[in-house]
Write a protein that binds this ligand. Structure first.
Ligand code: ADP
Ligand code: MG
Length: 342
């Protein structure tokens, strides 16, 4: 076969293979777009575990009528313009791939209205086989993305979908992760028309603890230490479970770098080490930790799903996290076993 440039639809479907693993990945991408758009209220409606319908509605800045088709184009983004931007990312998105990928494997409708437009407009794409057409619609300021019949044109992918219950459980986990990272944003999650989760905007400490308890359980909240540790431009904050609240699997591990949920060996090693003397090999710590650092110090463009990062000074980050948690756990030990004599 001669070498050929793939048609855009096929190229997008191949890219979708990386980013769109299952309905939960679509939910993650859409909600991240809403957050990047500055939304304060995000509603997520799911039907049939997401295989039927995924609808994300926000009150963010919206997309201008003239830019609607571009939003669906591959490598089209409003979040970076040059390589320097890529080296200091603060938005959750930047690859300009999600909507192009998702629309290549579903029937996608994008409806939006920015503040400065009197009316809303809508584009529809079905597996991207046809040109997108723009038509007027009714919508308040903000954006709604509807993804119907995910994988309708990629049967191999569709076959890998699990039951609606399992797929919805993955979606719930995505929402939990995001709701933990964005306390001030209100989220509503429905399944087949029924409200499953509702997180009101949490601004003060009491409200935050309520959301933390709703997501991680009352028990965690009562057996967790708050961490707030700063060194130079590094900031570590959140909650770590007391060693007495250890788990037999790593099912309560939430770790965020600059607001992005990630998995990272360096961080996990540092945490593990801080607990080393407190936990046996088959016990796992519970934690919700946020690491904020200069965006120039971390590379987020490691993988299309953006679940991984690379720190420029990983040893420094490692030791910083270790010290913060180790100190918190140790002070706690002192408090418990040697009550102060004052
Ligand atoms: P990326 O997020 O990497 O830029 P996407 O394909 O997810 O790529 O989105 C493409 C563009 O569409 C975004 O850069 C943004 O300008 C616009 N967009 C997508 N979703 C929304 C939304 N909910 N509100 C406002 N703009 C959006
Ligand atoms: Mg995006």
């Amino acid at each position: 076969m001669p070498i050929q440039i793939l048609p855009p639809q096929l190229a997008n479907q191949i890219a979708a293979g990386e980013v769109v693993e299952r309905p939960a990945s679509v939910v993650k991408e859409l909600v991240e777009n809403s957050l990047d758009a500055g939304a304060t209220q995000i509603q997520i409606d799911i039907e049939d575990g997401g295989a039927g319908l995924i609808r994300v509605r926000d009150n963010g800045i919206g997309i201008a009528k003239t830019e609607l088709p571009l939003a669906l184009a591959r490598h089209a983004t409003s979040k970076i313009t040059c390589i320097e931007d890529l080296e200091a990312i603060l938005s959750l998105g930047f690859r300009g791939e999600a909507l192009a990928s998702i629309s290549s494997v579903s029937r996608l409708t994008l409806t939006s209205r920015p503040q400065e437009q009197k009316e809303a407009w809508q584009v529809y794409a079905q597996g991207r086989e046809m040109e997108t057409t723009i038509q007027p619609a009714s919508h308040p300021v903000g954006t709604t993305v509807e993804v119907a019949n995910l994988f309708f044109n990629t049967p191999a992918r569709r076959k890998f979908l699990r039951t609606a219950k399992t797929e919805f459980a993955h979606i719930e986990e995505v929402i939990r992760r995001i709701a933990l990272a964005k306390f001030n944003i209100a989220f509503t999650l429905t399944h087949n028309g029924k409200i499953i989760k509702q997180y009101k905007s949490a601004v003060n400490n009491q409200q935050k603890m309520k959301r933390l308890a709703a997501i991680c359980g009352e028990n965690f909240v009562h057996h967790a230490l708050e961490i707030n540790w700063k060194h130079n431009k590094l900031h570590l904050f959140g909650w770590v479970g007391l060693p007495t609240y250890s788990r037999n699997q790593n099912d309560l591990n939430y770790c965020y770098v600059n607001g992005r949920m990630i998995r990272d060996k360096v961080i996990n090693h540092a945490i593990r080490q801080a607990y080393a003397e407190r936990l046996s090999a088959n016990q796992y710590p519970a934690f919700v930790l946020f690491i904020d650092l200069d965006p120039n110090e971390v590379d987020v463009n490691v993988h299309p799903t953006k679940h991984e990062v690379r720190f420029h000074q990983s040893r420094l980050v490692h030791d910083f996290i270790f010290q913060g948690i180790f100190d918190a756990l140790n002070n706690e030990k002192v408090d418990l076993s040697f009550p102060s004599e004052s």
